[in-house]
Design a protein around this ligand. Structure first.
Ligand SMILES: Nc1ncnc2c1ncn2[C@@H]1O[C@H](COP(=O)(O)O)[C@@H](O)[C@H]1OP(=O)(O)O
Ligand SMILES: [Mg+2]
Ligand SMILES: [Mg+2]
Ligand SMILES: [Mg+2]
Length: 344
């Protein structure tokens, strides 16, 4: 039991952990329902993003209402807001969201309750107190392709991520058996280790996960974004060359990348900035961050600085993200610095 276990013997954040898992499980079901109902060959060929919009709003409504049920005083930093669902202009989308939310939950919610739940996610974040960080669907492009996406929820207390849950409905439970059942839930609480279970199972099905223990970078592999606009593939290739890496990078969308590295499917998470202007959002990294660290990995920005979740809704003190096992982390950061210095 963690050093923070309280006198009653209940583990630190046990209630929050259970509530976060309930929320991520429910939102994962919403996303799967949207995919089944709304993602068709036609939406794909027309590159119509409306299914993901419905899923974003519906999943945020479901997660926020579950958090509110368990912790009515907690603030939430959520990616979405309900502006586009209001008024006459928002009617069509609003009706779809209301239908979806109510087709997947036991307790029907009115349109007003759903909009209010979504807008609970507008908190500004900051260095004190507790707030949740939610990405209702991370990896929207992967979602639409039927590939990797994730529902990501974290709890930040006094500026540090203490709990993270990532639901990955399309991730194989065992990466070496990609044709078997898919759907993984990864969870970590500060000081208690990182775990995975199949989505839809209970805590008794959890097994501990840890990063690979690779000691030589030439034996390692990268995990990087599918989208070259989100993380520079060309810089990653230069770093790979410097590190003697010959394995092809594993590419996938979303925070599933953190889960993949946290359980040793790949060894290095690399997200090198593609522009000087993009600022990373806390909901894109909070849950993955604590899962990686609790799996024995180290996480920093491209300069080796810890990610600072205490500033607000963004990671404005950091650029890019690098994560790897402790055995190779310093070598990876040195190669990142050299590669970026040579560009200047
Ligand atoms: N230029 C960018 N650099 C880094 N991340 C980005 C950029 N543009 C969008 N993103 C974010 O990257 C995340 C997906 O990353 P990945 O490629 O790892 O799946 C999304 O949350 C997306 O945010 P948004 O939701 O605003 O589109
Ligand atoms: Mg995201
Ligand atoms: Mg999102
Ligand atoms: Mg988005």
């Amino acid at each position: 039991m963690s050093a923070r276990a309280c006198a009653t013997g209940v583990a630190y954040l046990a209630k929050e952990r259970a509530a976060a898992i309930e929320a991520v499980e429910s939102a994962s079901r919403v996303c799967k329902a949207v995919f089944k109902k709304l993602v068709t060959d036609e939406t794909l060929t027309k590159k119509d993003k409306s299914p993901v919009t419905v899923a974003d709003f519906s999943a945020q409504a479901v997660v926020n209402s579950i958090i509110e049920k368990h912790f009515p005083d907690d603030a939430i930093v959520g990616e979405e807001d309900a502006k586009d669902l209001r008024g006459d202009e928002g009617r069509a989308l609003r009706e779809k969201v209301v239908d979806l939310v109510n087709s997947t939950t036991k307790h029907p919610m009115s349109a007003d309750e759903i909009l209010r739940a979504i807008d609970r996610g507008q908190y500004a974040g900051g260095p004190t107190g507790r707030h949740w960080a939610l990405d209702p669907i991370d990896g929207t492009k992967g979602f639409l392709r039927g590939e990797q996406f994730a529902v990501c929820l974290a709890l930040i207390i006094d500026g540090k991520v203490r709990l993270g849950v990532v639901g990955c409905p399309n991730l194989p439970y065992n990466i070496s058996k990609p044709d078997e059942e898919r759907g993984v839930l990864a969870v970590a609480v500060e000081g208690q280790g990182a775990f995975q279970r199949k989505l839809g199972t209970d805590q008794s099905a959890e097994t501990r996960i840890s990063v690979s223990n690779v000691m030589e970078t030439r034996d390692a592999s990268f995990c990087e974004s599918v989208e070259a606009a989100h993380a520079s593939h060309s810089d990653n290739a230069k770093i790979a060359a410097l590190l003697g890496i010959s394995k092809q990078p594993v590419r996938m969308d979303s925070q599933c990348k953190y889960v993949a590295v946290a359980r040793g499917d790949a060894d290095i998470y690399l997200r090198l900035p593609t522009s000087n202007t993009y600022v990373e959002k806390i909901w894109d990294h909070a849950a993955g961050n604590v899962i990686m660290q609790e799996a024995g990995g180290r996480v920093s920005d491209i300069e080796g600085k810890e990610l600072d979740f205490s500033i607000g809704r963004t990671l404005s003190a950091n650029k890019g993200v690098v994560a790897a096992g402790a055995g190779i982390f310093d070598t990876v950061i040195a190669a990142v610095k050299t590669t970026l210095a040579n560009k200047r």
